[in-house]
Design a binder for this molecule. Structure first.
Ligand code: BG6
Ligand code: MG
Length: 208
């Protein structure tokens, strides 16, 4: 039985994947190459630094460490402009209701995200108080598919991973959840999330 639930943020709780995409696309344009939504799939769930590496690889652009740092900052500046205007309606269907339902059932809730902007986003959406623990990109050093974020989250809830269910929309996130020893519910397409124990289209399916 599920004693703890660990939620990814971008693409599971809130529709921010499109803002990540727009900000990366601006950078790609400045560097002189096209970055499509299909390319963007490869960046989902991946940390900022790792995402930039993939982006530069797609564009065939080489850049030194200092230059890459500046690029990542530039992307994040544009991303922050978007999320500063986030509104609660951008919470994905059923997400808030499902969190409330789990709390009522006594299930402990953690966030398990790669984002360093996670706390800001939860505040903007007014849902920070629904989480017992927030483990994000400021608290972990190894990017998904490494299990670190979910191991840290289950520990923060005082639970063993086997008692926790991870909710993820990214293939690397599903992999990370399984590697941690959690059950994993994939949110999205079964072709992409085949490693999950179960795949649903959205958290609204679980409300009731
Ligand atoms: C993940 C997103 O949740 O967080 C990635 O799926 C993103 O697209 C990563 O790159 C890091 O986010 P941030 O906000 O720290 O740049
Ligand atoms: Mg995600």
């Amino acid at each position: 039985t599920m004693r703890g639930a660990i939620f990814d943020l971008d693409g599971v709780i809130v529709d921010t994947a499109k803002y990540h995409y727009l900000a990366w696309r601006t950078l790609a344009e400045r560097l002189g190459f096209e970055f499509t939504e299909a390319d963007n799939e490869r960046l989902k769930g991946v940390s900022r630094v790792e995402s930039l590496k993939i982006l530069l690889e797609i564009g065939g652009v080489e850049a030194g460490e200092a230059e890459r740092l500046k690029m990542a900052e530039e992307k994040n500046k544009e991303y922050i402009e978007y999320i500063s205007r986030l509104e609660p309606f951008e919470i994905l269907p059923g997400a808030k209701e499902y969190l409330q339902q789990l709390r009522q059932q006594g299930v402990k809730i953690a966030l398990g995200s790669a984002s360093k902007n996670a706390a800001f986003i939860l505040d903007r959406l007014g849902i920070a108080e629904l989480f017992d623990a927030v483990i994000d990109g400021t608290k972990v050093s190894k990017a998904k598919p490494d299990p670190e974020v979910f191991l840290t989250a289950s520990r923060a809830l005082d639970l063993v991973p086997a008692d926790c269910v991870v909710f993820e929309d990214a293939a690397v996130g599903v992999e990370a959840g399984k590697a941690a020893g959690c059950s994993v519910v994939g949110i999205g397409s079964p072709e992409v999330l085949f490693a999950a124990d179960k795949v649903i289209t959205g958290l609204d399916e679980l409300v009731g």
